[in-house]
Design a protein around this ligand. Structure first.
Ligand code: 13P
Length: 255
């Protein structure tokens, strides 16, 4: 069961969206909206495409309320890995979080559980919090394999990072709910979060400190019910994070 003191995390995953002008107005609108909300009771992050980390790092400088995240990190330290971005590079831009193992990367870039675990390790080594995504496909859910799949995905990360596992964030993102408008019900999500919490508890005495956030068509209308579940400690928001009023509503629901 979740410790009540855990601070929720609401993180936007912009995916491959945005441009210099769009980002600038989004952040301006977000900061203005936040200044009109009650004092933040949750952590807020935006995970932007790599080319914009410099722009966002500059815009968010001196704005501690919103932290910066990346959408991926290399499993390698440095060297001949064309196109990859290392944890040390992310560190240069004051990146606080790095999403690893998003289902879109597992699916389109054939990222294995072991590769995701190695990425989480690199992030942790650079003082960056990995947001480790796990989640089942529709076929896996329908075959009754949800628990087995998410546990296998998380086990790989625990195996490599056991000693500092309480430093990660876990994101439960059922693949069938991503970008589909089909959200897991609060009960469905809670059931999986409880399984993940239990798995973390077996690996660390600080499992109650680990934030397990939900992702998959979370929006202004369903956020409150999802975030009210005992083991749902925030959200990883795709589409709705690009619409500031919606993102602000989710943040308000997390407070
Ligand atoms: P949507 O909120 O657009 O469904 O995306 C969720 C997601 O993949 C966040 O990482």
């Amino acid at each position: 069961m979740n410790a009540p003191k855990i601070k929720k995390l609401v993180a936007g995953n912009w995916k491959m969206n945005g441009n210099m002008q769009f980002n600038q107005s989004l952040i301006n609108e977000l900061m203005y909206g936040l200044s009109r909300q009650a004092q933040s009771g949750c952590d807020i992050a935006v995970c932007a495409p790599s080319p914009y980390l410099l722009q966002l790092s500059a815009m968010l400088h001196g704005q501690p309320e919103v932290t910066l995240g990346a959408q991926d990190v290399s499993a390698h330290e440095s060297g001949a890995y064309t196109g990859e971005v290392s944890a040390a590079m992310l560190q240069d831009f004051r990146v606080r979080y790095a999403i690893v193992g998003h289902s879109e990367r597992r699916q389109y870039h054939a990222e294995s559980d072991a590769a995701v675990a190695a990425k989480a390790q690199r992030a942790l080594g650079a003082g960056i919090t990995p947001i480790v995504c796990v989640g089942e496909t529709l076929a896996e859910r329908e075959a009754g394999h949800t628990e087995e799949v998410v546990k296998r995905q998380l086990a790989a990360v625990i195996h490599v990072n056991g000693h500092c596992i309480s430093e990660i964030v876990v994101a439960y993102e059922p693949v069938w709910a991503i970008g589909t408008g089909k959200t897991a019900t609060p009960e469905q999500a809670q059931a999986v979060h409880a399984v993940l919490r239990q798995q973390l508890s077996a690996a660390s005495e600080h499992a109650d400190r680990v934030r397990i956030v939900y992702g998959g068509s979370m929006n202004a209308a369903n956020a409150k019910d999802l975030l009210a579940q005992p083991d749902i400690d925030g959200g990883l928001i795709g589409g709705a994070s690009l619409k500031v009023p919606d993102f602000l509503s989710i943040i308000a629901a997390a407070r």
